[in-house]
Design a protein around this ligand. Structure first.
Ligand SMILES: Cc1ncc(C[n+]2csc(CCOP(=O)(O)OP(=O)(O)O)c2C)c(N)n1
Length: 275
């Protein structure tokens, strides 16, 4: 069933709040990656609020859903989503990237905080996610496994090994959401190392794959529903996004892949986000 107009607005509001958290966290840490999680905020909001069966109550249930942030550098958005689910205490967000904090600059697996996998070394996330999906299937569990990835991460050969085996084992309980913003650490993906048409590639590897407007919460929700209805194949949502989305001076700029805003830039960004 399509999102109601009220639910659509509520999810867009969560996405806005994730963006606010990302700016505040990266600014307070004076380092980190704001661009990616700003671009991913819409699909992270839909996934975490509407689809992922992960809550404070079922955190230690082995049969619950799993989430792996393949593009681990975008973790400020994950920590914000976990705070919106009431799993990560909101005040803990202020410790982002500080010495001793469980919320490091790349995710560190933590069973009590809903961080299901350590990531940051690009290429590994989808492999571990497909292992989790295979285990769930072997056990006959209802668990669904979701991973994120990115255009830059799709340059890693290991992604395609995972894609091969996930299709081979018919892991219809596995879905990857690819943040396709055409930007990576060194600039425009198409100039650095063109991964070309990822929908066609995942399809060729035996997946159910669709292109999605990564800022349209209704379209993202519909694509996640279609992925759930799949019974034979793993699903790939190629989410077309803009890096830095929501902050005009960050949009489309590779410089914001891994640069913290200074005081003035943070003030300007937060004002644009309605704070
Ligand atoms: C195996 C590995 N090689 C290199 C890096 C360094 N690295 C960090 S992020 C990144 C670019 C990733 O591209 P993408 O996720 O598309 O970037 P974004 O859209 O977030 O700017 C690279 C090469 C890494 N983390 N892991």
């Amino acid at each position: 069933m399509a999102l109601t107009p009220e639910r659509k607005l509520a999810l867009e509001e969560i996405a806005r709040r994730i963006r606010v958290d990302v700016i505040e966290m990266v600014h307070a840490a004076a380092c980190g990656h704001p661009g990616g999680p700003l671009g991913m905020a819409d699909f992270m909001a839909v996934l975490w609020m509407e689809h992922l069966n992960i809550s404070k109550e079922n955190l230690h249930d082995p049969q619950r859903d799993r989430f792996v942030l393949g593009n681990g550098h975008t973790c400020a958005g994950l920590y914000s989503a976990l705070a919106h689910k009431g799993i990560v205490p909101r005040e803990m967000l202020h410790t982002f990237r500080k010495l001793g904090s469980p919320l490091q600059g790349h995710p560190h697996r933590n069973a009590d905080l809903g961080i299901d996998m350590s990531t940051g070394s690009l290429g590994t996330g989808l492999s571990t996610a497909q292992g989790m999906a295979l285990a769930a299937k072997a056990n006959g569990w209802p668990t669904r496994v979701y991973a994120t990835s990115s255009d830059g991460e799709s340059e890693e050969g290991q992604i395609w090994e995972a894609a091969t085996s996930a299709a081979h084992f018919g892991l219809s309980n596995l879905t990857v959401l690819v943040d396709f913003n055409n930007i990576q650490i060194d600039g425009e993906m198409r100039k650095v190392m063109n991964v070309r048409d990822l929908r066609q590639k995942y399809e060729a590897f035996g997946w159910h794959a669709v292109d999605v407007d990564g800022h349209d919460v209704t379209a993202i929700d519909a694509a996640l529903c279609a992925a759930k209805a799949e019974t034979e194949r793993p699903s790939a949502l190629i989410c077309h996004t803009t890096i830095g989305k929501g902050v005009s001076f960050m949009e489309g700029k590779a410089a914001w892949h891994g640069t913290a805003p200074n005081d003035e830039q943070a003030r300007e960004a937060l004002a644009e986000l309605g704070v």
